[in-house]
Design a binder for this molecule. Structure first.
Ligand code: GDP
Length: 378
């Protein structure tokens, strides 16, 4: 049809359209108006980014080029095997330039004020001459296909600072996978010269264990609420905390925040002294009104002084390396096992048998595992 001149087409329709028959009086069907193209012809196609080599990535990162750093993080997060190969090489080459940073984990329930606080804590770090990367681990992002944690829009002041790099949580994969990617991103950020790394997470599940395993200091943000302050706070999280900061100590809330602080201090005394040898401290502050930010930072400084003096800082990092070696092995074994097509088929069958009580779960599992081991022995 496009070959017709519009005028011819008009004629054609006029002649052949049944409703243009003489018996229909007063009705004339005309040809439609040709539509302009949907995409503006003046719009140039954006050029594809040239592919960077491993050395380009490493050089760019070392120069602190945030665009290259961002691209490298995207590679780390990618599920594409070729990307993973490049990413691993980049990480390997960046490793010698890492380790010279303070890695701080920040957790708290939704609404505790994490993003507000990270914004002001971050500015505090930058004003002191530091460079800061904010990363996140968001357990819900797997389901929602997008993470709100570490979102730039939540950190208004920081997001426009040239010395701050903010990256939301990687969204794909298991918690173990997401945690590994964040850990690898720490390596890249440190190689790019960020000497302060914040890793944010919501304190509602397993994710804080993952964060705890990759940071030097674990800060728990709390708010004073009505009733029992310690209610609903898992003992495990309290035990992991190197310090507790009670937010929203402003206006009418100051007394309640102080009371909560006293309760937390008492509770912490009931726990054995952590391996750091540093009894976790509790302070109150207001992220929104920027009150007491120094207090929070002095508390963190005291911890770092303490553990750097007693050697625990290094010891903990070595233990974390060991932990991550095993985590990586576990992750990869699992991934290999479950991605094996024959295993998947067998699991389907066995699952049905277990559901119909035709086989015990133990026997079914052993059968599948034995099948898998046999494939290696062949
Ligand atoms: P997140 O979910 O932990 O990241 O919490 P947000 O930082 O988004 O804060 C949740 C709500 O608490 C927001 O409405 C903030 O404005 C408010 N908020 C955060 N910090 C403070 C504070 O220090 N004082 C008061 N009064 N409100 C705060």
């Amino acid at each position: 049809m496009e070959n017709h001149h519009p005028q011819d087409m008009d004629e054609l329709i006029r002649m052949h359209h049944p409703e243009n028959d003489e018996q229909y009086t007063g009705l004339q069907v005309n040809a439609g108006i040709e539509q302009p193209p949907m995409v503006s012809p003046y719009l140039k196609r954006r050029k594809r980014r040239p592919k960077l080599t491993v050395n380009d990535y490493v050089e760019g990162i070392r120069k602190g080029n945030t665009a290259v750093l961002g691209q490298a993080v995207t590679l780390v997060e990618s599920m594409v095997p070729e990307h993973q190969v490049v990413a691993q090489e980049v990480i390997e080459k960046c490793l010698p330039f890492t380790g010279h940073s303070r890695r701080i984990g920040i957790t708290g329930v939704p609404g505790a004020g994490k993003s507000t606080s990270i914004d002001v804590f971050g500015m505090h770090v930058l004003n002191g001459g530091g460079r800061l990367a904010v990363l996140a681990i968001d357990p819900s992002s797997e389901r929602s296909k997008g993470s709100i944690l570490g979102d730039k829009t939540r950190m208004e002041k920081l997001s426009i600072q040239p010395n701050a790099f903010i990256r939301p949580s990687p969204s794909a994969g298991s918690l173990g996978g997401v945690a590994r990617k964040t850990r690898e991103t720490i390596v890249l950020c440190e190689a790019a010269g960020y000497d302060n790394i914040f890793v944010e997470t919501v304190g509602v599940g397993q994710s804080e264990i993952a964060v705890h395993s990759m940071v030097d200091y674990f800060l728990l943000i709390q708010i004073a609420g009505a009733g029992d302050e310690l209610q609903g706070i898992k003992r495990g999280i309290m035990e992991m905390a190197d310090g507790i900061a009670i937010n929203k100590a402003d206006g009418d809330n100051v007394d309640r925040a102080n009371l909560a602080a006293a309760q937390f201090r008492n509770a912490l005394h009931l726990f054995p002294l952590p391996p750091s040898g540093f009894l976790p401290e509790v302070v109150t502050y207001s992220g929104y009104y920027e009150l007491g930010i120094d207090k929070v930072w002095d508390m963190i400084d005291r911890y770092f002084e303490h553990v750097q003096a007693n050697g625990y800082f290094e010891e903990k990092r070595r233990q974390q390396e060991k932990y991550w070696m095993y985590e990586t092995i576990n992750e990869q074994l699992k991934a290999r096992f479950y991605s094996n097509a024959e295993v998947q088929r067998l699991l389907e069958v066995k699952q049905q048998m277990v559901l119909h009580s035709q086989q015990s779960s133990f026997v079914a599992a052993t059968d599948v595992l034995n099948y898998y081991y046999d494939t290696f022995n062949k």
